[in-house]
Every structure is written in structure tokens, then in C-alpha cells.
Design a protein around this ligand. Structure first.
Ligand code: PLP
Length: 395
């Protein structure tokens, strides 16, 4: 029995992964709040607005109507159909209803896609900085994450040439995330075409995480790589969800969509053996989200754009940091190289001394940066940024 008290006796798979730094920051901040401290939370990854009422009402009605049993593994047919229709009309992606699998959040959608494709030892290309969970999911699947470094000078994007150079005979998949977390970067159609051409030539699967598709600012446009050609729609697994678009993070609802019938079947099979299905009555809420009024999204987007510009103004007045203005999502990835601190150390000091929570860049593969979220109120942003400025001035 004693053996099971230490990590070494657990599976190699789980030993290979690290705990989520974003969750650790949240827990640290919660501990300070529990001690009566006021903490300015700029670390979160969820809209602070409530889920719109008509979505809640649909889920409540579903509960009252006895929608409390299992559904097909890939979700209720009406929701899968509504997602396929949305993908066609909004994203110009042609997938059949059976190509859609409703999942317990975008996170499970990503994991299902990786598990369906990646074999022991397969390489998965991930542009860095990356969303924390991608490399760990690849490791859990027995694969090898291969990072491609990007830079602020290049808008935090990989080029087709970098993709080509990173490829080996073991490459199975590339993960794209546009709009991206943590940088807010957006790939243009031409950039996606160039990357897609190489993926097509080498027969590489593309997991395209488009969870932030609705949060796009200025004259930028969200384009899905799966919409570019029939060939790319066959090679792509699109990941989408309800968390960020409809402020439904706690509902745990996302989806995968692909035109590739074999992959679609594999995704439903994995879903069937892991969660069985996403929560039944929650799926009816998601259906109402897609079929009901969409003005909530535009209101939220405009609100975030105001905050994005506010943060840019405040950050510009701090001399020892730099940043690329984000084009999408709700994060700033701030380069703090000039302060000479490792990102974990920087965030610990910022939280403990100035009571401002941000996420260390190391979580996203860049130890000289921190991630600042602007999915919080202008009041919290104003005070949090004043304190951040004070912190920066003292280093
Ligand atoms: C890039 C990215 N993909 C996927 C997810 C997962 O979203 P969900 O809450 O729907 O699981 C997140 C959540 O933060 C994210 O940032």
C-alpha cells in the first residue's frame, strides 16, 4: 500500500505531465481572499458576465421535461445539426451532422482529437506560446510535443517555412489556435493557406482550436483553416465551444467537427467511453444559445474591445515592458524581460506584495512574459494596472 503514496509508482503518462499553472494561480489568489485580502484578479480565463437568461431557461425547461437521461455519445441530434448549420453559415465549413461530436467543454474536444490521432511516439507541432493544456494532452496520449518558437516581432505566429522545417517522419498533427491564448493573435486567410498547403502535401492532421472565434477586434476576421479547401476540411478537426462565446464556462460544453468520417467515428467512440455524453439538459441550453438571439455576443465583444483599448493605454505608459496589441480573445501577453525576473517569481511577488493575480508566462512556454486577462471589470482593471505599474517601476 505504501508504494501508492509516491508519484514514482503512478503511470508514466501522469508523471510526464505538470499540474496546471493557471489553476495554481487561481488557488493562490483564493487563499489570499480567504484571509480577507482584496485581490485584483487579472489571471482568469472566463467572461465575468452571466449566461444569457434564455439559455438558462432552456436548460431549466429541459430538466423539468425530464431530459435527465443519457443521450447518444455524440450529443442530441438537434444540437449536432445546429452546430453543423452554424459551421456552414458562419464559417463556410461543410461537415455533416455525423461529423459533429458534442463534448464536455472545448478542453475535452481537444483531448478527444489528440487521442483519436496520436500514437505512442508521434510528434505534434505546437506553436509557442501555447495554451497550457496542449503539450500535456499530447504527453498523456503518449505523443511528443514539438514546439515552434514564435516572436512578438512576428506577431506571435509561425510561418509555413517554420512548419516545414519542424516536420519529421514522425509528425502526425499540428495544433493551431486562432484567435490564440495567451497572445490574442489571429492568423489571416493567406497565412492559413500557406500552412494548409504544407499540411496537405505532408498529410498532417490539423487540430484547429477556434474557441475564441467570436472575440475578434478592429478589422480582423476569423477564418477557419477547414473552410479553405475540401482537402483541408478532411484533414482538420475543428474545436469549438460555448464557454467563451456565450459565457457558459461552467456548463462544460464544446464540440469537435470534421468532414473526415473515420476521425468523426473515432471521436464519438472516445467520447462514448469517457464521459458517455455531455450533460443532457445542458445540451438543450446550448441549442438555445445557437438558435436564440445572438446580440449578447456582439455586446460582449464590444465591451471587451473597450477594455482591450483601456489596457493598451495603461500598459503603454510603463517603460520597462513591451507587448503586441492583441487582435482577439481577452488576454495581453506582456514581455517583462527588462525586469530580469523569472515569470513565476514575478507573479508571486506581484500577488503577494501588490495583490494582483496574473499568470506566469512559463505556463505558456515563455518565461520572460506574463499573461494579463481583461475579462474583468474596468474598475478591477484600473486598480490592478495601477498596482502593476507601481510594481514595474520598482524593478
Ligand atoms: C485555447 C483554449 N482552448 C480550449 C479551452 C477550453 O475551453 P472549455 O472551457 O470549453 O473547456 C480554453 C479555455 O481556457 C482555451 O483557452
Amino acid at each position: 500500500m505504501g508504494n501508492w503514496q509516491n508519484m514514482d509508482s503512478l503511470s508514466k503518462r501522469v508523471q510526464a505531465v505538470t499540474p496546471s499553472v493557471t489553476l495554481a494561480v487561481t488557488n493562490q489568489a483564493k487563499a489570499l481572499i480567504a484571509q480577507g485580502e482584496e485581490v485584483y484578479g487579472l489571471a482568469g480565463g472566463e467572461p465575468e458576465m452571466d449566461t444569457p437568461n434564455h439559455i438558462k431557461a432552456a436548460a431549466i425547461t429541459a430538466l423539468q421535461d425530464g431530459k435527465t437521461k443519457y443521450t447518444p455519445a455524440a450529443g442530441i441530434p438537434e444540437l449536432r445539426e445546429a452546430i453543423a448549420k452554424k459551421l456552414l453559415t458562419e464559417n463556410q465549413i461543410e461537415v455533416e451532422t455525423k461529423g459533429v461530436c458534442v463534448t464536455s467543454g472545448g478542453k475535452q474536444a481537444c483531448f478527444n482529437a489528440i487521442l483519436a490521432v496520436v500514437e505512442e511516439g508521434d510528434e505534434v507541432i505546437i506553436p509557442s506560446p501555447y495554451w497550457v493544456s496542449y503539450p500535456e494532452m499530447v504527453r498523456l496520449a503518449g505523443g511528443v510535443p514539438v514546439m515552434i518558437e514564435t516572436s512578438a516581432a512576428n506577431g506571435w505566429k509561425i510561418t509555413a517555412e517554420q512548419f516545414e522545417e519542424a516536420m519529421t517522419p514522425a509528425t502526425k498533427m499540428i495544433i493551431l489556435n486562432s484567435p490564440g491564448n495567451p497572445t490574442g493573435t489571429i492568423y489571416t486567410e493567406d497565412e492559413l493557406k500557406a500552412i494548409g498547403e504544407i499540411a496537405s502535401y505532408e498529410d498532417i492532421i490539423i487540430m484547429s482550436d477556434e474557441i475564441y472565434e467570436k472575440l475578434v477586434y478592429g478589422d480582423k476576421k476569423h477564418v477557419s483553416i477547414a473552410s479553405i479547401s475540401e482537402e483541408l476540411s478532411q484533414l482538420s478537426v475543428v474545436v469549438g465551444g460555448f464557454s467563451k462565446a456565450y459565457s457558459m464556462t461552467g456548463w462544460r460544453l464544446g464540440y469537435t467537427a470534421t468532414a473526415n468520417a473515420a476521425i468523426a467515428q473515432a471521436l464519438s467512440k472516445i467520447q462514448g467511453h469517457t464521459t458517455s455524453n455531455a450533460t443532457t439538459f445542458a445540451q438543450y441550453g446550448a441549442l438555445a444559445a445557437l438558435e436564440g438571439p445572438q446580440d449578447f455576443i456582439e455586446d460582449m465583444r464590444q465591451e471587451y474591445d473597450v477594455r482591450r483599448q483601456f489596457v493598451a493605454g495603461r500598459l503603454k505608459s510603463i517603460s520597462n515592458i513591451s507587448f503586441v496589441e492583441p487582435e482577439g480573445a481577452f488576454y495581453y501577453f506582456v514581455d517583462c524581460t527588462d525586469m530580469g525576473l523569472k515569470s513565476q517569481n514575478l507573479c508571486d511577488k506581484l500577488l503577494n506584495r501588490y495583490k494582483v493575480a496574473m499568470v506566469p508566462g512559463i505556463a505558456f512556454g515563455h518565461d520572460a512574459s506574463v499573461r494579463l486577462s481583461y475579462c474583468t471589470t474596468l474598475d478591477v482593471l484600473a486598480e490592478g494596472l495601477s498596482r502593476f505599474e507601481e510594481f514595474c517601476d520598482s524593478h
